[in-house]
Design a protein around this ligand. Structure first.
Ligand SMILES: Cc1cc2nc3c(=O)[nH]c(=O)nc-3n(C[C@H](O)[C@H](O)[C@H](O)COP(=O)(O)OP(=O)(O)OC[C@H]3O[C@@H](n4cnc5c(N)ncnc54)[C@H](O)[C@@H]3O)c2cc1C
Length: 408
C-alpha cells in the first residue's frame, strides 16, 4: 500500500511526485509515459518561477503589438523541458510505473480502522496488471481527465488553439525579442495573434494563436493565417525543425471541491483563463500540496465517515485557496468578455491592458492574485478602455458585472 499515488507525468504530476518523495512519503507515479520529456514548448514569466527551474532562453525584451507597440517590463523564459524533467526525476525516490489508469475506486470503509484506512484501489486499462492500493490519489492526468467529479460543461468548450513552426526564418521583425502577442492583421471575427520567439541566428518559433474561442480555430485556418502574415511582413521560412499544434480547453469546469481524489495542474482546472498558462502555477503549487498531504497522510479515511472528502480538504485548499476561487470567477468573466471581441476590438483591449504598469499586468496574468487585487486591475482596464471595448466588457447583465467585481 502506498501513501500517495500520483497519476500523470506532465509537469504537474512530476513536480508533485518529487515534492512528496522529498518529504519522505512512500509514493508511486503512474503514467502512460513517465520517461518521456514533454514536447510542448513551455514559456512563462521569469518572476513566476523559482530560480532553480532550468530555462533554455531568457528574453529581457518582451513586446506586444496592438495599434501601438508596448514593451512589457517583465522577463520571459522558455523552460528547458529536458533538464527540468531530469531534475524532477532524479529527485524522485518512489516507484515509477508505466501504465494507463482505467479507474480509481475509493475503498468503502468496512471493518477495522486500519483496513478501512486504505483509501483507494487503482485499476489499469491492461486487466492483466494487478490493482494498486493507496491512501491518497493525486490526479495530474491533464485537461482530459475523467477521474475527478466536476459539473458537466454546457455547450461547446472554449479552446486555445495555435499552429507553430520552429525553424530558420529570415526577415522577421523585432529581432532579439519575445513577441508575446502581435495583434496586427485583418479584422477577423475570431481573432488571432502572432507569438514569436527569437532564438538567435535566424532561428524562431512563430505561432499563430487564438487565445480563446468557441469553437476553437482549426489548424488549417491557423496555418493559412500564419503563412499570410509571414508573407505580408516579408519573412520567409527557410527550414522547419518542428511544428507545434496547440488545442486545449480554457473553460474546463472547476472540480467539486473538496473530493477524495485531489487534482493538480490542468486536471484541476488550474489553467489561467486569460493566458492558458498552467505550468508555472503547477510548479509552485506542488511543494505546498506535498506539505499539506504530509499532514493528513496518517488520518484514517474513517475519521469523517459521513464525509470522507474532508480529509482531502487541506490539500485542495493549497490547489484552490478560497480567495483564488473567487478570483477565478473574475478571470473567467474576463475571458467570456474577450470572446465577444473581433480583431480590432481585442487590439484596442490589449493596447489598454499593456499600458498598465508592469505590476498590474503581473497581477492579472500571475494566477495567484486575490479577488480584490484582480478587481482593482479590471476596474483600471475598464475605466481606461475606449468606449467600444468598454461596451463589450460590460455587455450582458450590468448587475452580473457588479456582482462579479464585488463578490457574492
Ligand atoms: C502545445 C502546447 C503548448 C503549451 N504551452 C504552454 C506554455 O507555454 N505555458 C504554459 O503554462 N502552458 C502551456 N500549455 C498549456 C498547459 O499548461 C499544458 O497543457 C500542460 O502540459 C499541462 O500540464 P499538466 O501536467 O497539468 O498535464 P499534462 O501535461 O497534460 O500531463 C498529463 C499526463 O497524464 C498522462 N495521462 C493522461 N491520462 C492518463 C491515464 N488515464 N493513465 C495514465 N496516465 C495518463 C499523460 O500521458 C501525461 O503524461 C500548452 C499546451 C499545449 C498543448
Amino acid at each position: 500500500v502506498h501513501d500517495i499515488v500520483i497519476l500523470g507525468s506532465g509537469p504537474a504530476g512530476w513536480a508533485t511526485a518529487t515534492a512528496c518523495s522529498k518529504l519522505g512519503m512512500n509514493c508511486a507515479l503512474i503514467s502512460a509515459n513517465p520517461e518521456t520529456v514533454w514536447t510542448n514548448t513551455y514559456g512563462g514569466w521569469a518572476d513566476d518561477l523559482s530560480p532553480e527551474i532550468p530555462v533554455t532562453v531568457r528574453w529581457e525584451k518582451v513586446l506586444v503589438q496592438g495599434n501601438r507597440s508596448h514593451v512589457v517590463g517583465r522577463t520571459y523564459v522558455q523552460l528547458d523541458n529536458a533538464r527540468l524533467h531530469e531534475q524532477l526525476r532524479s529527485q524522485f525516490t518512489g516507484k515509477e510505473i508505466t501504465a494507463t489508469v482505467e479507474t480509481v475506486i475509493p475503498v468503502i470503509p468496512l471493518k477495522s480502522h486500519n483496513e478501512a484506512g486504505v483509501g483507494f484501489t487503482i485499476t489499469f486499462a491492461d486487466a492483466r496488471r494487478k490493482p494498486i492500493h493507496s491512501h491518497i490519489v493525486i490526479d495530474a492526468t491533464g485537461g482530459s481527465t475523467t477521474l475527478l467529479d466536476r459539473p458537466v460543461r454546457t455547450g461547446r468548450p472554449v479552446l486555445q488553439t495555435a499552429y507553430g513552426v520552429f525553424g530558420r526564418i529570415e526577415g522577421m521583425p523585432y529581432p532579439g525579442a519575445a513577441t508575446l502577442m502581435d495583434w496586427t492583421g485583418p479584422n477577423h471575427a475570431a481573432p488571432s495573434f502572432l507569438y514569436a520567439l527569437d532564438y538567435g541566428n535566424d532561428h524562431w518559433l512563430v505561432e499563430e494563436t487564438s487565445l480563446a474561442h468557441r469553437p476553437g480555430l482549426s489548424q488549417n485556418e491557423l496555418r493559412t493565417r500564419l503563412e499570410t502574415r509571414l508573407q505580408k511582413i516579408g519573412a520567409r521560412i527557410v527550414s522547419v525543425q518542428k511544428t507545434e499544434e496547440v488545442s486545449f480547453a480554457m473553460d474546463l469546469p472547476l472540480p467539486t471541491i473538496p473530493q477524495q481524489i485531489i487534482g493538480i495542474g490542468a486536471a484541476a482546472s488550474v489553467v489561467h483563463p486569460a493566458t492558458g498558462y498552467s505550468v508555472a502555477a503547477s510548479l509552485r503549487a506542488a511543494p505546498k500540496l506535498a506539505q499539506a498531504l504530509a499532514k493528513v497522510i496518517d488520518i484514517p479515511t474513517t475519521a469523517s465517515p459521513s464525509n470522507p472528502a474532508e480529509k482531502s480538504r487541506p490539500a485542495w485548499d493549497t490547489v484552490w485557496p478560497a480567495d483564488r476561487l473567487s478570483a477565478r470567477r473574475l478571470e473567467h468573466y474576463g475571458m467570456e468578455r474577450m470572446l465577444l471581441m473581433d480583431q480590432q476590438l481585442i487590439r484596442s483591449f490589449f493596447d489598454t491592458f499593456f499600458s498598465l504598469p508592469a505590476k498590474d499586468i503581473a497581477i492579472y496574468q500571475g494566477g495567484e492574485s486575490s479577488q480584490a487585487e484582480l478587481a482593482a486591475v479590471m476596474w483600471k482596464v475598464f475605466s481606461a478602455a475606449p468606449f467600444k471595448v468598454r461596451a463589450k466588457l460590460a455587455s450582458g447583465n450590468p448587475f452580473k458585472l457588479a456582482r462579479t467585481l464585488l463578490g457574492p
